[in-house]
Structure formats: structure tokens, C-alpha cells
Write a protein that binds this ligand. Structure first.
Ligand SMILES: O=C1O[C@H](COP(=O)(O)O)[C@@H](O)[C@H](O)[C@H]1O
Length: 280
């Protein structure tokens, strides 16, 4: 999926995209670390240590650790976390798992982000099933988004998840995000309106440019209320999006990339392999 021009003629539901000049492209102020590695294997090792260290910190400070997963290549890159020494040293009983986006398909479908995470990660560590917040896969996209948002509100009301003092949106400890070659993050795509949602916690899409078309997704106010975000990016096909985002220069006429808007409340850490960082 290539970087997108403002008008995507493939869809009737296209974004009448504001011109880049009229969008707020002011660089966000969060603390940003860019960590570059020789190989994807080195990214996987560093990512495991980073997540294990944050798990220890947040469990010590708050008693639990809320982690928001994405789908795609991220789960494979997380593989070292379910190996020695972390498999035995992390206090998995204190983890709460959520999804930043999910495809509206049965949970046992090969397209499901839950299944991807279950097969590659969750089935290998002792996280309690009642701490794993998968979507309700029996619902329409809109109903699934409403249902996920209502469940998050319930967790906030019970004070399981705090709200951000700054934004009033739920504040997760860590989000682990990937990006697409078009710069999408979660299921917030360059030419789709969900990226501009300011009120909802969870939105839905029925015409995703990347299949499958029906998905639910956290909105930017929720994503940017997280304490920490890791952007885990490997592979040469992502080098252009990385260059634009970290270089801060948008080519003329290109729709601003959703991944440029990621800005958590505490710290943003990019994990890049040599290929993804090759145009920096
Ligand atoms: O469709 C999706 O794509 C993004 C990026 O995936 P990747 O394979 O390029 O890493 C992913 O973060 C998102 O969760 C997923 O639904």
C-alpha cells in the first residue's frame, strides 16, 4: 500500500481531505527516542527488554500493566518477550491486554488481530483470560466499536484504567504500534475520516483501504493519551513513511500521514531496523 494522495478514487466514502497546508502539522512535544538496529532480530531483542522493563516499572508503581497491541508484524517482533529470561521474570498475572484496532471477523479467522496475538504471544504466557479484552466478534462494525468503547468506560468507572488528567480519555500504560507503508497506524488511514475523530474512544470503518474492510479502531485522542508508545517498524517498504515522519518534511501534495500524529503523554520510542531507517 503506497503513500496516498488526498483523493482516493477507489472509494465512494473518500475523505475530502483538507490540504496539508490547512492541517495542523505542528510537531508534537512528546519526548521521542529513535532507536536504530542492524537487524529485525536486534529490534526484537531490544523490544523485549523495553517491554519487560516497563512492565516492572508500572506494576511496581500501579499494581498492574495495561498493554495495547496492534496486529501485523508487531506480534512476530514481540517473540523474544515470550522466551527466556522474560517468560519467567515478567509478572504476567498483572497484565491487561487490549487492541488498538481489530478486524471485524471471527476471532478464529486468519485475519483476526486477536488470533495473531493469541497464536504468537498470548498462548505462550500465563495472562489470565479475563484480563484479555478481545472484541465481540458477533457484532456489526458499529456495534462492535460501541461495545468495546462501553467496556472501556466500564473499566474506567471501576478505576481499572485511569483517565488522563490532560485529555479526559483513558490512559493506557503502553501501546505497541506498527505502521503501514501508507503511514496508517491502528486502523486510521490517510484518506479516511476516522483519523479526525475527536470525541469517540473507539471508531469503526467499513471501507478500509487495506483488507479486510471492516474494522474497529482506537481514535487519536485515546492513542495520544497513553503513557508510552513504541512504534515498531521493520522493513524497507516502510522507509519512506519513516523518513517523512521523523524527518518532518511532507512532500508537496501528499496527504499527511496518520503516524505523524502519534504523540503519547510520556515517551514515544521508535524501534527501527536498518531497512526501515535506510532513508533517514
Ligand atoms: O492492518 C493493520 O496494519 C497495521 C500495520 O501492519 P504491518 O503488517 O505493516 O506491521 C497494524 O499495526 C494494524 O494493527 C493492523 O490491523
Amino acid at each position: 500500500m503506497a503513500l496516498a494522495n488526498p483523493v482516493d478514487n477507489q472509494s465512494n466514502n473518500v475523505l475530502k481531505c483538507p490540504s496539508p497546508a490547512s492541517m495542523d502539522l505542528t510537531p508534537r512535544k512528546c519526548k521521542t527516542n529513535v532507536r536504530k538496529f542492524q537487524s529485525e532480530e536486534d529490534v526484537a531483542k531490544a523490544l523485549a527488554k523495553y517491554v519487560a522493563d516497563l512492565s516492572e516499572k508500572y506494576i511496581r508503581e500501579k499494581g498492574y500493566f495495561s498493554v495495547v497491541l496492534s496486529g501485523g508484524t508487531l506480534i512476530h517482533t514481540l517473540r523474544k518477550l515470550v522466551e527466556c529470561p522474560y517468560k519467567g521474570s515478567v509478572d504476567w498475572s498483572k497484565w491487561l491486554i487490549f487492541w488498538v484496532d481489530e478486524r471485524v471477523v471471527p476471532l478464529n479467522s486468519p485475519d483476526s488481530n486477536y488470533k495473531l496475538a493469541y497464536d504468537g504471544f498470548l498462548s505462550k504466557v500465563p495472562i489470565s483470560p479475563c484480563h484479555i479484552y478481545a472484541i465481540n466478534d458477533k457484532l456489526s462494525p458499529k456495534a462492535a466499536a460501541d461495545n468495546y468503547e462501553a467496556r472501556l468506560k466500564n473499566l474506567v468507572n471501576k478505576e481499572t484504567i485511569p483517565v488522563s488528567d490532560a485529555s479526559g480519555f483513558p490512559k493506557f500504560d503502553l501501546m505497541l504500534l506498527g505502521i503501514g507503508p501508507d503511514g496508517h497506524v491502528a486502523s486510521l488511514f490517510p484518506t479516511r475520516l476516522q483519523r479526525f475523530e475527536k470525541k469517540r474512544w473507539v471508531s469503526f470503518i467499513t471501507d478500509s483501504p487495506k483488507p479486510p474492510p471492516e474494522r474497529i479502531t482506537f481514535t487519536f485522542p485515546v492513542i495520544n493519551s497513553a503513557s508510552e508508545i513504541a512504534m515498531v517498524v521493520t522493513g524497507a517498504e516502510l522507509a519512506d513513511a519513516v523518513k517523512i515522519t521523523l524527518g518532518g518534511v511532507l512532500p508537496t501534495g501528499l496527504t499527511p500521514l496518520p503516524c505523524m500524529e502519534v504523540s503519547p503523554e510520556e515517551e514515544l520510542t521508535w524501534f527501527l531496523d536498518k531497512d526501515a531507517a535506510s532513508k533517514l
